[in-house]
Structure formats: structure tokens, C-alpha cells
Ligand binder design. Structure first.
Ligand code: 13P
Ligand code: SF4
Length: 321
């Protein structure tokens, strides 16, 4: 065990100096796995056992034999892990790490929307609350949404919720007329088309890559559109050397690690502010991750009836992926 000093006076000083070592020890003690999304700060990505997009993270959560799942991501992701693992302890470093997209779809309003389209199949993006999952037939992520919609008979009407930008993109890719819930992500709607075009003039050889949660005005300039994992793989395998990245810039850490000789330029926000960083994802810190593991808290829980109802559409997604 590494040496740690814990002066008695304040909370901050109870944080060991070797946080990486301390987290590794806690992983062994708790038989825990640390799952992290690409939008987490670099230190969290470096300490994680698995880093991935929402689909990869759900697949890991579904297959892990760890006793404790430490979810370095946002609430709907940790909640999905809990839905799949009711008997495991699932902890989230900061319970306030929510999601503007999930918040844009309140369950009562969605119930009424669904009732107005009684014949429709409901496909919901995983970026939603457990209550919305429980009201859905199938869950999807940005990496499998097109594949899942393509498996639905063409004469079947579909509601797609909650992200209107991903929904519009999937409708275009599949040639389907989807009924869209009008939700969106504050981060992906913040990119400025004008600034991206200016950057392209500055770096004419750069490829523009974008997440499908971006608005159509941004997506129409993209050379490649995909989930975070798809964007990462594209940069690794491409013979191009410069990329303008229109998604949360946390992913650039993995891009630089896996393709160190390439250049990654974060797409700027409208006001040149730091609002292209997800304020929810960034609530998690390495210190909070350590404390959550040490205290086995905050724990993610949900009512059993909602969990059971939300499980089936997630399992359908895992089978159809
Ligand atoms: P993916 O990592 O599944 O592409 O999702 C991006 C996102 O916005 C997660 O909140
Ligand atoms: Fe939600 Fe957008 Fe943050 Fe992803 S980036 S967690 S969709 S607010």
C-alpha cells in the first residue's frame, strides 16, 4: 500500500497525494470497475478500466463481473448500469452530474406526446431518464440508432426521442419519417457554424468531424459524423493529419493518445466561451471519484417498477446492436 498522510483538519487535506495509486487500491478492495465516458477530464480517463461511448459503456456494464461499478459519466449512464445490475452497487462521483438532453424530456409531457401517437413504436436515445426508458419500446445510442431504425418494418410509424438533432440525422440516413421529440443537448447546440467555417479556412487540409447531436447547420460541413467511439476510430484510421472536432473536447485526450502525430482542433462555441465543455460531465473530478469509492457513496438507485420497465427496451437494444 502506498504511504498517505491524512491531516485531521479539513476535508481537502484528506485527499491522498497519490490519487491514482489510492484509486487503484480501492478498485482491488471493492472489486470495482471504473467505467468512464470520453467527456470526462483526462485524469479520470487515465484511471478508468474502460473508456467508451454510451453503447460500449452499457455493454461493459451488462457483462462485468465486478461487484461495484464506479461510473465516471452522467446520471443517465450510471442509471443504465444500475438497471442492468440491480444487485450491484453503482456509484457516481457527483450525483448532480445530469444531462440537459435528458432534462428536456419530462416524463409527464412525454406520456401525453406518446398518447397522441398511439400506433407509434417508441425508440428513445439512451440520453434520457429511466422513466422515459420505461415508456419506450427500444433504446438506442448514437452508434446504433441507424442500425436499429433500419430493423423496424417500414410500415411501422416511429416516435424518436428525445434528441431532435440525432432524430433528424437518423431520419435522413434511413429515409424514414420519424416523429421527433424536440429535445437537444446544450453542448452540441453551442458550436458555431461561422467559426467552424473560419477554422476550415485557417486549416484547409483539416477534416471536420461531428457528433450527430450537433445542429444540421454544423453537420452539413462534416466530412464524418458518428458517435464518440466512431469519431475516435475515424481519426485513428484516417490518412489525414488534422481534424476539427465538433463534439465535447474531452475526447481529444484519447485522440491525442491514440494518434499522437495528428492535430486535433476543438470546434469553437458561438461566444468562444468554454461552453463546448459539458458542465454536467465536468462535475466529476478525480478527487470526487476517490471519495465516492472510499465512502461507497453517492449511490445510484431507482424504484424497482421503473427499473424493470426500463430493462426490456435496453435489452432489446443490446440484442439489436
Ligand atoms: P456517445 O458517446 O454515445 O456518442 O454520446 C455522446 C454524448 O453526448 C454522451 O452524453
Ligand atoms: Fe447530456 Fe450533452 Fe452533456 Fe452528453 S454532452 S451529457 S448529451 S448535456
Amino acid at each position: 500500500m502506498f504511504a498517505t498522510a491524512f491531516p485531521k483538519t479539513n476535508t481537502a487535506s484528506r485527499i491522498p497525494s497519490d490519487l491514482f495509486g489510492a484509486i487503484d487500491e480501492l478498485k482491488k478492495d471493492l472489486k470495482a470497475i471504473v467505467l468512464a465516458h470520453y467527456y470526462q477530464e483526462p485524469d479520470i480517463q487515465d484511471v478508468a478500466d474502460y473508456i467508451g461511448d454510451s453503447l460500449g459503456l452499457s455493454q461493459q456494464a451488462a457483462s462485468t463481473d465486478a461487484e461495484v461499478i464506479v461510473f465516471a459519466g452522467v446520471h443517465f449512464m450510471a442509471e443504465t448500469a444500475k438497471i442492468l445490475n440491480p444487485d450491484k452497487l453503482v456509484i457516481l462521483p457527483d450525483l448532480d452530474a445530469g444531462c440537459s438532453l435528458a432534462d428536456s424530456c419530462p416524463p409527464n409531457e412525454f406520456k401525453a406526446f406518446k398518447a397522441a401517437h398511439p400506433e407509434h413504436l417508441v425508440i428513445s436515445y439512451i440520453n434520457c431518464t429511466a422513466e422515459i426508458k420505461a415508456l419506450s419500446d427500444i433504446i438506442c445510442t448514437s452508434s446504433n440508432a441507424v442500425k436499429i431504425v433500419n430493423q423496424i418494418p417500414r410500415d411501422r410509424s416511429i416516435i424518436f426521442a428525445p434528441d431532435r438533432n440525432l432524430g433528424r440525422y437518423v431520419a435522413e440516413q434511413t429515409g424514414r419519417d420519424l416523429v421527433l421529440w424536440q429535445g437537444s443537448c446544450i453542448v452540441h447546440e453551442t458550436f458555431s457554424e461561422k467559426r467552424i467555417v473560419e477554422l476550415k479556412t485557417q486549416y484547409p487540409a483539416a477534416k471536420i468531424i461531428a457528433h450527430p447531436e450537433c445542429e444540421p447547420a454544423v453537420l452539413r460541413h462534416a466530412d464524418f459524423i458518428g458517435s464518440t467511439t466512431a469519431l475516435l476510430k475515424y481519426c485513428q484510421s484516417s490518412s489525414d493529419r488534422e481534424f476539427i472536432v465538433a463534439t465535447e473536447p474531452g475526447i481529444i485526450h484519447q485522440m491525442e493518445k491514440t494518434a499522437p502525430n495528428k492535430r486535433f482542433i476543438p470546434a469553437p462555441a458561438i461566444n468562444n466561451c468554454a461552453c463546448n465543455e459539458c458542465p454536467h460531465m465536468r462535475l466529476n473530478t478525480l478527487e470526487k471519484l476517490y471519495l465516492a469509492m472510499k465512502n461507497k457513496s453517492p449511490e445510484v438507485t431507482l424504484p424497482e417498477d421503473i427499473r424493470v420497465a426500463a430493462l426490456q427496451p435496453i435489452q432489446r437494444m443490446l440484442e439489436m446492436s
